[in-house]
Design a protein around this ligand. Structure first.
Ligand SMILES: [Zn+2]
Length: 219
């Protein structure tokens, strides 16, 4: 039986035992390469196999004489996984009634956030607000007027329309004034976007489902 080690599994969404199905190590120093810029370097490659879902991961470990030191003055190895581990990634929400075109833009927003492409992420948030307005039949020219149109037509209360204007300002700064938004700002902007999609599309559906179930129970 192969030996095992714990690693984050992108499929199982958690740390799972992985079988080490193959392992290869390489040590190099100045006797191998006269131009080597460090005294030595150690490489290790492993092919890992998740014991739960059988997905395959490659792990590369690198350490050299110039690596950073920990508090006990030991060299710290660098570990790289292929494909990249997703334990810190934002998970996509599943919506029930969000139109396909808006769901596609939402997925692109989360993909760009997880790849730290923040300006494109903000462009996506702006695009999804435009898309919501078009989908709900608000045909004003500017995004400002469209958001006001959502309020006037009863899709949003004044408070929520104000929040959408905040997202609009964030988009203006990132796209027109080339101000780089912070990760924290984007995180909150995505939270608001998800809330708006749920409020505008899913909540009514859930209310109808609840009423249907209640009626069935009473009958
Ligand atoms: Zn797995």
């Amino acid at each position: 039986m192969n030996s095992k080690e714990k690693a984050y599994c992108n499929q199982c969404k958690g740390y799972k035992d992985h079988y080490i199905v193959s392992q290869f190590k390489k040590h190099i120093d100045s006797s191998d390469y006269s131009n080597l810029p460090v005294d030595f370097a150690d490489f290790e490659w492993k092919i890992l196999f998740c014991s739960k879902c059988f997905s395959v991961t490659i792990k590369e470990t690198f350490l050299c004489s110039e690596s950073d030191l920990d508090s006990s003055y030991h060299l710290i190895p660098v570990e790289i996984y292929y494909p990249e581990r997703e334990e810190n990634s934002r998970q996509k929400k599943s919506f029930l009634k969000v139109p396909e075109v808006l769901d596609r833009i939402y997925n692109e927003i989360i993909d760009s956030y997880n790849m730290s492409i923040f300006t494109l992420c903000v462009a996506g948030i702006r695009a999804i607000i435009e898309g919501i307005c078009v989908n709900l039949g608000i045909a004003d020219n500017t995004l400002k007027d469209k958001i006001n149109g959502l309020e006037i037509n009863g899709h949003l209360g004044h408070y929520k329309a104000d929040i959408l204007h905040e997202l609009r300002f964030l988009g203006n700064e990132a796209l027109h004034e080339l101000e780089k938004p912070s990760e924290e700002e984007i995180k909150i902007a995505i939270d608001i976007t998800e809330h708006m999609l749920e409020h505008l599309y899913d909540l009514d559906f859930k209310k109808t489902e609840l009423q249907k179930l209640k009626r069935q129970r009473i009958i």
